[in-house]
Design a protein around this ligand. Structure first.
Ligand SMILES: Cc1cc2nc3c(=O)[nH]c(=O)nc-3n(C[C@H](O)[C@H](O)[C@H](O)COP(=O)(O)OP(=O)(O)OC[C@H]3O[C@@H](n4cnc5c(N)ncnc54)[C@H](O)[C@@H]3O)c2cc1C
Length: 347
């Protein structure tokens, strides 16, 4: 089939790679200047793959999509590896942490997760010795719980790898081309009208007015912290602010993220910087000498119920609303979108 993809962010790149591997002819359109221009939310994400922790604000469907995606990511990363591109993917679990004095608020979150997650996935309380053995540099918090099934992916590497692998397989990327309108089998850009067997609309916040999608501002910081060891993502359960730390290759620790009901894409605020970094330092005092090397702001695409949605019609599929867990659920959501698409064979 000759298939168009409107939007080359996280979903667009995944779809393009999957569909081109299955033998389809793919054209993808995105206003970004080139494959490396970081406009999509997919670039900014910390890449936590946290089906249990996300249950704090998500439902059992997101949880199930997350578990399925945790099975699919290793296959996708292996396929990217065959194309010669490496993507850091770890499944060493994650930790929930709380400071002395914040036990009440933290326990309420843990109780909620225990209620919502199947028994085998419930948070496991760790004592001080177990925490010290797992993460010696985590020294501030007095309470810890392990979520053993969680993972993380290096989002920047994955965005680069998916585009490169798509190109190698023959995806035609139309960078710098904004889709101005789309309908079943048809897509308009400022320059012309294009016809296809099928169109995927994965424009994230750019899908308005066709979808009631909004952007939710998120700010993150990258610290360069040579010698500070962190093996897995950790989240601080704090009564006022949530902060997580995600380790990446090359001594980088990603600290995130604010969640603000605003579509302001301007640089990170002083308040977010102070709150996120103070919380990060309270978790890992060794970060005092880390260097702040990068900050980034982006918009999470969210529908009114904050849940993901697939809309299917003959000749047109829309996928949107990945909100704050796009990397967690994208492979499984894509699998569902392709399964219910009559006649489309996937790799
Ligand atoms: C700070 C932050 C932290 C996050 N952390 C995590 C995390 O740890 N774990 C996790 O699972 N998720 C996380 N996310 C969420 C995740 O990044 C998103 O859910 C995901 O990127 C959404 O994917 P998408 O493809 O729908 O949208 P995007 O990745 O935003 O891609 C949309 C694409 O559509 C293009 N587009 C827009 N308008 C048009 C148009 N008119 N024509 C053509 N193309 C168009 C855009 O240029 C963009 O490339 C985070 C997000 C943020 C902002």
């Amino acid at each position: 089939m000759h298939i168009a993809i409107a939007g080359a962010g996280l979903l667009g790149r995944l779809l393009a790679f999957e569909l081109v591997r299955a033998g389809h002819r793919i054209e993808a359109f995105d206003p970004a200047a080139d494959a490396a221009t970081r406009t999509a939310a997919g670039w900014t994400a910390a890449g936590m793959l946290s089906p249990v922790a996300e249950l704090e604000c998500a439902n059992e469907d997101v949880f199930a999509l997350g578990l399925r995606s945790l099975e699919l990511w290793p296959q996708i990363v292996a396929a990217l590896g065959e194309q010669g591109t490496q993507v850091e993917l770890n499944q060493r679990g994650s930790l929930l942490l709380a400071h002395r004095g914040d036990e009440g608020a933290a326990q309420r979150v843990v109780d909620l997760l225990v209620r919502k997650a199947p028994h085998d996935y419930a948070p496991q309380a760790l004592d001080a010795a177990a925490l010290c053995e797992m993460e010696p540099s985590v020294q501030g918090p007095s309470h810890a719980w392990l979520l053993p099934h969680e993972g993380q992916i290096h989002t920047v590497q994955a965005m680069v790898a998916l585009a490169a692998a798509g190109t190698a397989r023959g995806v035609a990327w139309h960078w710098g081309e904004t889709v101005t309108a789309l309908s079943p089998g048809c897509l308009h850009t400022a320059r012309s009208e294009h016809h296809f067997d099928h169109v995927f609309d994965v424009r994230g916040t750019g899908a308005r007015p066709d979808l009631l999608v909004r952007g939710v501002r998120g700010e993150i910081l990258w610290l360069h912290a040579p010698g500070v060891v962190l093996h897995r993502p950790v989240r601080l359960l704090h009564p006022r602010h949530r902060v997580y730390l995600v380790p990446r290759q090359d001594d980088i620790i990603v600290v995130g993220a604010s969640e603000i009901e605003s579509e302001d894409r301007s640089p990170i605020s002083l308040r977010s910087t102070v709150e996120l970094l103070a919380a990060a330092h309270s978790v890992m005092p060794e970060l005092a000498e880390a260097r702040l090397v990068h900050t980034e702001t982006n918009l999470r695409p969210a529908l009114p119920d904050n849940l993901p949605r697939i809309e299917q019609a003959q000749g047109l599929t829309r996928v949107n609303g990945l909100f704050r867990h796009g990397w967690l659920i994208a492979p499984a959501l894509m699998e569902q979108a392709l399964l219910s698409l009559n006649g489309v064979q996937t790799a």
